[in-house]
Design a protein around this ligand. Structure first.
Ligand SMILES: *Cc1c(COP(=O)(O)O)cnc(C)c1O
Length: 362
């Protein structure tokens, strides 16, 4: 069997989730959209079902997958509904729902529901993606409350730059939020992973009954480029690993792989690893991207191909055929690989496919 696989440590997932609560001092939605960032939504939800205050997903299809797997925890739809028809399913399956646009409020007013909705009313505080304009926020709140269709409203916004501690954007967004929501007595949800990891410097208004939305951090990766005190407490959940399936000795001056882009600078022992971009390993990772071979760090050399990639074994004489190669995990951080490849750990995880996924401590 092909040795490429992803090991998912559900104990680490639970540890990171508890950390989100502890650091924020608030309730936490475990964000498991996009198949739990590639980690497997149902398995991750099952691991957290006894402890999670709720889950968050992108759309009703993702929520129904969890309900059909008999998960009963609250589930928030982060973009609400895309068509008014979905309100029937939201009602039937008791889902929580973001409202970010006036047409959604109109649809709620028009729909007959069996029970009142739990709405997270989204304010655009400067990210300018979705959310109500500050000038229309208060009216939207009162209109929903008056509709008779809503049991509770959580005041919600989203940071654009919480992962950049030097940026003034978050403080500006907080000020916009405070102004637009002044006088509304409700629970609040502002923070994603970088926001809550920087708590309480960032969000002094957060109370125990408020909410954070923890995504990347529960998978144990840091949303920050540099070191960060709280992020250092996270435990990686995914280990992507494979094995050396072929070894060859090359003289100096020999090219390796597609495009002959890498040419050996010295006599080089090359290991071929069963892992490629069809598994989700980034094709743009350049020579020099770190890998770990039998627990010792080395580097990628040559272009990543669809099913294989090549690594430098020259300084690892004990490594050879069958050696374990970690692409990311505890020995090589997903953040390091992402930085080398010019992307973010979010995308590395989401791109994972084809490899066998194995769960432990479930
Ligand atoms: C995906 C998402 C999150 C989670 O963000 P992380 O940075 O992964 O913690 C939080 N809020 C919203 C609205 C999202 O779409």
């Amino acid at each position: 069997m092909r040795p490429a696989r992803a090991l998912i440590d559900l104990q680490a997932l639970r540890h990171n989730y508890q950390l989100a609560r502890e650091i924020s001092g608030a309730r936490a939605l475990a964000v498991i959209k996009a198949d739990a960032y590639g980690h497997g939504a149902v398995r991750c939800a099952q691991a957290l079902q006894g402890s999670a205050d709720g889950f968050a997903v992108a759309c009703i299809e993702e929520a129904l997958e969890l309900r059909y797997a008999t998960l009963r925890n609250p589930i928030l739809l982060l973009e609400g509904f895309f068509e008014a028809d979905e309100l029937k399913l939201i009602d039937q399956h008791d889902l929580w729902c973001v409202v970010h646009s006036t047409w959604q409020i109109e649809a709620i007013e028009r729909t007959r529901l069996n029970r009142p909705l739990n709405v997270w009313l989204k304010l655009d505080t400067g990210m300018h993606r979705v959310g109500l304009h500050p000038a229309e926020y208060r009216e939207a709140y009162h209109r929903l409350m008056a509709s008779g269709k809503v049991a509770k409203i959580v005041l919600m916004s989203h940071f654009s730059s919480a992962d950049e501690p030097e940026s003034p954007r978050s403080a500006e967004q907080l000020a916009t939020f405070a102004h637009a929501s002044a006088g509304l007595q409700a629970e609040i949800s502002l923070c994603n992973s970088p926001g809550l990891l920087r708590w309480p410097q960032l969000t002094p208004r957060q109370r125990p009954d408020d909410w954070v939305r923890a995504g990347l951090m529960i998978y144990g990766a840091s949303p920050f480029e540099g070191p960060q005190e709280q992020a250092a407490r996270l435990r990686p959940v995914m280990t992507l690993e494979s094995k050396i399936i072929c070894v060859r000795e090359l003289a100096a001056g020999e090219p390796i792989g597609y495009g002959a882009r890498f040419v050996t600078e010295r006599p080089t022992r090359v290991g071929v690893v069963a892992m490629g971009y069809a598994d989700g390993y980034p094709r743009h990772a350049p020579s020099g991207t770190p890998v770990s071979i039998d627990g010792r760090r080395s580097r990628l050399i040559g272009r990543v191909s669809m099913d294989m990639l090549t690594v430098d074994l020259s300084d690892l004489p004990a490594a050879g055929l069958g050696s374990r190669v970690e692409l990311w995990g505890r020995e090589v951080g997903a953040g390091e690989v992402a930085a080398a490849a010019g992307t973010i750990p979010y995308q590395l995880f989401c791109n994972l496919r084809r490899v066998q996924t194995l769960y432990s401590a479930g």
